[in-house]
Design a protein around this ligand. Structure first.
Ligand code: TYM
Length: 325
């Protein structure tokens, strides 16, 4: 199946959208496909941040990924900033990307509109993401639907670079899960569930204890009406709950809808399914936090493993673009 890679920005705590949209999909295939997973700490610098919290969160997210089943023997787990080839390739790709192309990205428009002081790196964010992907000769990028525009940019830049300077990069493709590719906020089912949304009540964090999970789900905004049907357009709140249930239990949203006589029964089933999904991750997380040095060692090993092939990609790109090598 080729090489698969995905990344997680260390701007906030990992949540159910991250788990269902990306973590589970990439880990499900880690024993069949060569897999790389990284923490995008450089991306976290594109918005206001607290240095000490960022450092702690990077280790915490790595720990959660291991707790969720990432097998560090099979899968290289590393921190973006500890593989400086990411930054080096980023610059070369900035020279192959248009200002207009970066400026058109929906995420840039949304995030920059919400801030007073916009960091320049927020504009070039998708170019760094392009570097992340192309650096590792990636074939497939399992991500949630919100990243599709960035993946299209990645493909455009790779194709253009190859056409201008000769075959240099593998042109990757995005792969999205069939259900829960866009988990919505429980507080506002028209907005995606996110790390830093306006309402923490809308987001189920992976380390939320069972009572918090149950409370958030029981208070989830549903729609007018009372019968349970899967209709994302007209009943986004109920559709979101059905998608979460389907993703956690391996069912199909439309078929599951028929099982529930009321919103209340649906919510109870969703709460059970989410608590059951998170339980083993939380248990394992508690074990792993007893050994933070072990997690740091996994990250150091991961970086050491991927750096030589990454350096080879950068060398190829430097040569192609005309630098003295
Ligand atoms: P990030 O950190 O926002 O999200 C990490 C992954 O989780 C997915 N995701 C969701 N999936 C379904 N429903 C949701 N509500 C939801 N919210 C997030 C995202 O689609 C993503 O797969 N720019 C990226 C990080 C990144 C990256 C990369 C990813 C940097 N470089 C290279 C892939 C390859 C981001 O901010 O994701």
């Amino acid at each position: 199946p080729g090489r698969r890679l995905t990344g997680f920005q260390t701007t906030g705590d990992l949540h159910l959208g991250n788990l269902l949209g990306a973590i589970r999909p990439i880990l499900a295939d880690q024993h069949r496909a060569e897999t790389r997973v990284f923490l995008a700490d450089l991306h976290a610098l594109t918005v206001e941040h607290d240095p000490a919290r960022l450092r702690a969160r990077t280790v915490q997210q790595a720990t959660i990924l291991l707790a969720a089943g990432l097998d560090p023997v099979r899968t290289a787990l590393f921190v973006q900033s500890q593989v400086p080839e990411h930054t080096e390739l980023h610059y070369l790709l900035e020279c192959a990307t248009g200002y207009g192309e970066a400026h058109r990205m929906i995420q840039f428009k949304e995030k920059s509109a919400a801030q007073q002081q916009v960091r320049l790196s927020l504009l070039t964010y998708p170019v760094l993401m392009t570097a992340d992907i192309l650096l590792h000769d990636t074939d497939e990028v399992p991500v949630g639907e919100d990243q599709s525009q960035h993946l299209e940019l990645t493909r455009a830049v790779a194709t253009r670079f190859n056409a201008h300077y000769g075959p240099t990069f593998v042109v990757p493709r995005a792969v999205h899960p069939t259900v829960a590719t866009r988990v919505m906020s429980l507080a506002d089912p028209t907005a995606k569930m996110s790390k830093s949304g306006p309402t923490p009540a809308g987001t189920i964090f992976l380390l939320d204890p069972p009572d918090v999970v149950r409370r958030k789900i029981s208070r989830a905004v549903t729609d007018s009406g009372s019968d349970v049907v899967y209709d994302p357009q007209h009943r986004p709140g109920v559709a979101n709950l059905l998608e979460i249930l389907a993703a956690c239990t391996g069912g199909q949203p439309t078929a599951l809808a028929g099982d529930f006589p009321s919103y209340g029964r649906l919510k109870a089933a969703v709460a059970d399914a989410v608590v059951e999904t998170l339980h083993p991750i939380q248990l394992r997380y508690a074990e792993l936090t007893a050994d933070p040095d072990g997690v740091r060692q996994v990250l150091a090993d991961g970086a050491a493993r991927v750096r030589p092939p990454a350096a080879a990609t950068v060398h190829r790109a430097r040569t192609a673009i005309g630098l003295l090598t």
